[in-house]
Design a binder for this molecule. Structure first.
Ligand code: G1P
Length: 296
């Protein structure tokens, strides 16, 4: 069966990043770097690897630097060229005109509302969603080494179509911070989704499999979000809209083969920085020696 390809991705990036203040007072949290790549760049690279062409940023006030990052920095490039510097370091931040699109979320009403703000640009196509706080790094060993989370999902989508979310297992006492799935039958990396609940109390969580920030959704979700009331935390929840679509369209979870760092909190951010620095060819050995020295 052939399914409409996934060409568009929505990145909700309007959040205030209060957990990282004062760093995020003037700089969007999505531009904080893990070593030398901003968080948003990791997500955008993951999207491109999966064949996605158009990046739709749902932004807010004070977030324009994200768009600047993906623009041509004329003065910078001119000066670097004059000095004989390699411009290749900027390649991943280059885009075909028209492929970076922004829309503003004027009021912070929740993730579901942020996604709904992109409805006119998404149109009548299936689309991907990336929560850039969640840094997903594909397994570096085994077959398919290094394949990113969205590429793994797009490959699964080619088989089953419909709606897909990435999931991973967390310790039971963490489930109430996330969207949780009620799992059905599992086949390989694919699990049927029978139900979804946003931030349930531990006792009511249907499993410890949480939604980890990557989605492939059919455009009908926009209609479902239309007029949807508030859910957990008084916010318009994407999870609630997805839950309503179960039974009307195929709905699967993909268990990601790789590691996930929750860069929405400081500990996760530091862990990601250390883990990725240790793996870099250009600095890994020095970082290891440095860490050993610091640990005494
Ligand atoms: C959001 C989603 C939740 C998901 C989480 C992943 O929650 O609503 O379902 O599990 O992202 O990070 P938030 O972290 O915005 O509260």
């Amino acid at each position: 069966m052939s399914h409409k390809p996934i060409r568009k991705a929505v990145f909700p990036v309007a959040g205030l990043g209060t957990r990282f203040l004062p760093a995020t007072k003037a700089i969007p949290k999505e531009l904080l770097p893990i070593v030398d790549r901003p968080l948003i760049q990791y997500a955008v690279d993951e999207a491109r690897e999966a064949g996605i062409e158009q990046m739709i940023f749902v932004t807010g006030r004070g977030k324009t630097a994200i768009v600047e990052h993906f623009d041509v920095a004329y003065e910078l490039e001119d000066t670097m060229s004059e000095r004989g510097k390699d411009l290749g370091v900027l390649d991943s931040s280059r885009f075909t005109p028209g492929d970076i699109i922004t829309v503003r979320q004027q009021v912070p009403l929740g993730l579901g509302h942020a996604i709904w703000c992109a409805r006119a640009i998404v149109g009548n196509e299936p689309f991907a969603i990336f929560l850039p706080d969640e840094l997903m790094i594909g397994d570096t060993s085994g077959s398919g080494a290094g394949t990113g989370c969205m590429k793994q999902m797009v490959d699964a989508y080619a088989d089953v179509g419909g709606n897909l979310i990435s999931v991973l297992e967390v310790p039971e006492d963490e489930v109430s911070s996330y969207g949780v799935i009620d799992p059905g039958k599992t086949k390989g990396a694919l699990t049927e989704v029978k139900g979804l609940v946003e931030k349930p109390p531990i006792a009511q969580a249907p499993s410890n499999k949480i939604i980890s920030g990557r989605y492939i959704l059919q455009p009908e979700v926009m209609r479902t979000l239309e007029g949807q009331g508030k859910g957990a935390g008084g916010e318009i929840q994407l999870t609630d809209a997805m839950a309503k679509m179960i039974g009307t369209q195929p709905f699967h979870a993909v268990t990601f083969a790789g590691r996930r760092f929750d860069c929405g909190n400081k500990l996760g951010f530091v862990e990601a920085t250390l883990a990725l620095a240790l793996e870099r060819e250009d600095m890994g050995a020095e970082v290891r020696a440095m860490a050993q020295r610091l640990l005494g």
